[in-house]
Design a protein around this ligand. Structure first.
Ligand SMILES: Cc1cc2nc3c(=O)[nH]c(=O)nc-3n(C[C@H](O)[C@H](O)[C@H](O)COP(=O)(O)OP(=O)(O)OC[C@H]3O[C@@H](n4cnc5c(N)ncnc54)[C@H](O)[C@@H]3O)c2cc1C
Length: 413
């Protein structure tokens, strides 16, 4: 048997490549829920994140984490390990179109209290979530290797992973290594990708008015602008704009950017001021042609990426993790965790879920963007109809909570 760069071999039942939010949460779920010896679950992560220093500025990358995701993270033992001082539950969401007023009748308002829920979700720094999930994984007895995957060799009864450290031999390998997945590439799964022609500008923003534990989003003809409440009173800005507009906004000096931002947000939180650097992320839609090949399976951004306009990326990834863990936990004793039957069950469940959410995001993005043509008008008027219909509003609130559709059991109450 060959050994790795450091002369050692690690034997595993499941090896997860990538200990980002999704891979780390999957590891923590597996060691608690899947009837596998925790010491035989390995996470390979090339960068170990550090917990934030108390009182330090919030990091730029945050996620709106749904109720379904909260439940999954509780089943993984990760939720109680979050730094709660940096978690911002939000009780309402307000969505409007540039052509209407944020507090007008056509603005859509989702309210947790109307659904007898304590909140609609929470805004959490990605690093806070990743640190908590990795700690839950290690506390549960899992083995974290701070190494980089280099190559994969699939054999009939196992997969060999060549890393910057030990060689890893696993029965099942999970690619949780993000949109540019090395696992996906190495096993030859095609990943058709389409650019949205938009970039998301992210920054931390000081607001003149209190954010009111509300997530705010306005649809502009150039793309949606969201202000997400943070625990220290600031907001996290996610301003998606078509490429030319994003380039124009990024070229503005800070004062001019603040003026443009305050105007675009319809002064809903008064005057806004950026208090961090501004960073831009190109937005791409990708869905892997298959979610598994041989003994390798994909989860999270390695399997799919979508527009961030409804904050669904990591929530979908956590549903992948929960569905895969459930399939593994439900297998008969001693069945191979990479049994084709089991991986087919996972793929069937999650391809369908991801395809629906991805298509809805695409439709919303396209409908609100660009010239006021028929589709755009229908979308804008549609927002007004939904705003005035209690039934539709409640259905969308359930969607925002992540509680509609068939859910893996860890996401249910
Ligand atoms: C602007 C923006 C805003 C967003 N807002 C939201 C939101 O509000 N809500 C939401 O649900 N989603 C949101 N998303 C999407 C969300 O950020 C992603 O879906 C999520 O980060 C995917 O997590 P992941 O763990 O699958 O992948 P990643 O976060 O990419 O993690 C992959 C991990 O794998 C590791 N890795 C990669 N290659 C290797 C290797 N060869 N060896 C070892 N380790 C490796 C990396 O170091 C990394 O830690 C947003 C996205 C963008 C761009």
């Amino acid at each position: 048997m060959s050994t790795g760069a450091d002369g050692t071999l690690v034997e595993a039942e499941v090896a997860i490549v990538g200990g980002g939010m999704v891979g780390a949460a999957l590891g923590a779920l597996l060691v608690r829920q899947a009837r596998i010896d925790p010491a035989r679950v390995v996470v390979l992560e090339r960068e170990r994140p550090q917990a934030a220093i108390a009182g330090s500025a919030f990091e730029l990358r945050v996620s709106a984490v749904s109720r379904a995701s909260e439940r999954i993270l509780r089943a993984a033992g990760a939720w109680p390990l979050l730094d709660a001082t940096r978690v911002a539950p939000y009780q309402s969401m307000r969505v409007w179109h540039e052509g209407s007023a944020p507090d007008g009748l056509d603005a859509l308002c989702f309210d947790a209290a109307a659904m007898a829920e304590r909140d609609l979700g929470a805004i959490i720094e990605n690093r806070n979530l990743q640190v908590a999930a990795l700690k839950a994984f290690e506390d549960g007895g899992g083995r974290l290797l701070r190494e980089t995957l280099q190559d994969i060799n699939q054999q009939s009864d196992a997969v060999l992973l060549r890393t910057s450290g030990p060689m890893v031999r696993a029965r099942l390998v999970v690619g949780a290594d993000g949109a540019a997945s090395r696992v996906r590439e190495a096993v030859g799964i095609a990943a058709p990708t389409r650019g949205y022609g938009e970039r998301a500008i992210v920054a931390t923003v000081a607001c003149e008015l209190p954010h009111g534990s509300t997530a705010w989003q306005v649809f502009l003809p150039t793309g949606p602008l969201a202000l997400l409440p943070l625990a220290d009173g600031h907001c996290s800005l996610v301003w998606s704009a078509i490429d030319e507009e994003a380039a124009r906004l990024l070229a503005l000096d800070e004062q001019a950017f603040n003026v443009a931002l305050t105007r675009a947000s319809a002064r809903v939180l008064g005057s806004l001021q950026v208090v961090s650097e501004r960073r831009a992320f190109p937005l791409r839609r990708m869905m892997a042609e298959r979610f598994s090949a041989g003994r390798c399976v994909l989860v999270g951004d390695a399997a799919h990426t979508i527009h961030p306009l409804a904050g669904q990326g990591v929530n979908q990834g956590l549903l992948d993790a929960a569905a895969l863990c459930e399939a593994i936990a439900d297998r008969p004793p001693r069945e191979d965790p990479a049994a084709p039957r089991l991986l087919r069950r996972y793929e069937r469940e999650r391809r369908a879920g991801n395809a629906v959410v991805g298509a809805v995001m695409d439709q919303l993005d396209a409908a609100f963007r660009g010239a006021p043509d028929l589709t755009g008008r229908i979308a804008r008027e549609g927002l007004g109809w939904v705003a005035r219909s209690r039934v539709l509003r409640e259905a969308l609130t359930r969607q925002a909570l992540g509680l509609s559709g068939d859910l893996p059991r860890y996401a249910r109450a």
